[in-house]
Design a protein around this ligand. Structure first.
Ligand code: NAD
Ligand code: IPM
Ligand code: MN
Length: 354
């Protein structure tokens, strides 16, 4: 029987609360004769670990994670540790160190999920955002110069390599071809004269190899407007690291909220482990209250199983989430219910067992 060995970094704030539910679903499926077994190894890395040790993870953290089949992450960052230290020392290190250059973020309004937009039906919002995840605005290149003088300034350089742009854009074209859906590139060539013009050129160049794929290009400001006014126009979306970050929180807002938005950080070549996580953060405002919605975290287990070639279970988990939303019996307060975080994993398993 297949065995999956999963590294778990529950992290900070609501991270451990939502991760516990995803683990319940994964091991519950294994126990109900899912056709595989699973073991988890928990790593206590995060802000508390930093306050004790002075680092977010051990220096050989990536070597420790490398043999695992996948990484399951909750959230990183908490008041008391500066965000650039916590995120730079853990989450972004893993994304970069394992060359997880594809960030796949579904923006899909499931039946029963709340939508703040008028006249929108489930499936009117059904896109996959392919976010560049290794360079761009997140390249970690810059400087803080002349501190304390009148010339003080900060520089933050975006890095858009041909290799980096080509691989994410090609991935998006392949996905659009496979799914027979249109592809929209979101950029900002009118203002970002070098990076985004280069991105647009590469998008057009690669497009010549995919004459069967319908393409669109939008500026990110107009795209944000269309996310709200006409989300149905988007199917597969490809965009840079920072734009993808911002657009997917907007996507979460129109498709049920932060508690329902999942993301996969993929190394498509499978040279290194890929990492699966809800896209939300540690939510310090609700941490410890047992009110966090773990459905995003459970959805990311569905993404993990899909990447591990368990397509059928991936689909069944997603449809169980949808059933839970439609039945409205066991939902957390963000979705209008009164259930606790710790009740959701069992509720999903109960649906899967029917
Ligand atoms: P956040 O996503 O943590 O929270 C934004 C809002 O959404 C809050 O009101 C929160 O209560 C709500 N929310 C988020 N997840 C929810 C859930 N599952 N159920 C119900 N409500 C939920 O964003 P933030 O407040 O800007 O960031 C908090 C910390 O998390 C910061 O340190 C930030 O850097 C970090 N962060 C980490 C990740 C990550 O690890 N992947 C992602 C985003 C932010
Ligand atoms: C996300 C988060 C991270 C990002 C932060 C915490 C560095 O917002 O995964 O969406 O910007 O990628
Ligand atoms: Mn984000």
């Amino acid at each position: 029987m297949k065995h999956f060995n999963i590294a778990v970094i529950a992290g900070d704030g609501i991270g451990p609360e939502v991760i516990a539910e995803g683990k319940k679903v994964f091991s519950g499926i294994a126990e109900m004769d899912g056709g595989f077994s699973v073991s988890f190894e928990d790593f206590p890395w995060g802000c508390e670990y930093y306050l004790k040790t002075g680092e977010m993870m051990p220096t050989d953290g990536l070597d420790i994670l490398k043999p695992f089949d996948a990484i399951y992450l909750g959230a990183v960052g908490y008041p008391g540790v500066p965000d650039h230290v916590s995120l730079g020392g853990l989450l972004l290190q893993i994304r970069r160190g394992f060359d997880e250059y594809i960030n796949l973020r579904p923006v899909r309004l499931l039946k029963g999920a709340p939508c703040p937009l008028a006249n929108v039906l489930p499936d009117d919002i059904n896109m996959i955002v392919v976010r560049e995840n290794s360079e761009g605005e997140y390249a970690n290149v810059g400087a803080h110069l002349y501190p304390g003088t009148e010339r003080e300034m900060a520089l933050q350089t975006g890095v858009f390599s041909r290799h980096g742009c080509e691989r994410v854009i090609r991935y998006a074209y392949e996905l659009a071809r496979l799914e027979k859906r249109s592809l929209t590139s979101i950029s900002k060539g009118n203002a970002l004269r070098y990076s985004m013009v280069f991105w647009d050129e590469i998008f057009a160049e690669i497009g010549r190899e995919y004459p069967d794929v319908e393409t669109h290009s939008l500026l990110v400001d107009a795209a944000s407007m269309f996310f709200v006014k006409d989300p149905g126009r988007f199917e597969i979306v490809v965009t840079s690291n920072l734009f993808g970050d911002i657009l997917t929180d907007l996507g979460a807002a129109i498709a049920g909220g932060m508690g329902l938005a999942a993301g996969a950080n993929l190394n498509p070549e499978r040279k290194y482990p890929s990492m699966f996580e809800p896209i939300h953060g540690s939510a310090p405002d609700i941490a410890g209250q047992e009110t966090a919605n773990p459905l995003a975290s459970i959805w990311s287990i569905s993404q993990m199983l899909e990447f591990l070639h368990e397509q059928e279970w991936a689909e069944r988990i997603l449809s169980a989430i949808e059933t839970l939303l439609v039945e409205r019996r066991t939902l957390t307060p963000d979705l209008g219910g009164s259930a606790k975080t710790s009740e959701i994993g069992a509720a999903i398993l109960e649906i899967l067992e029917r």
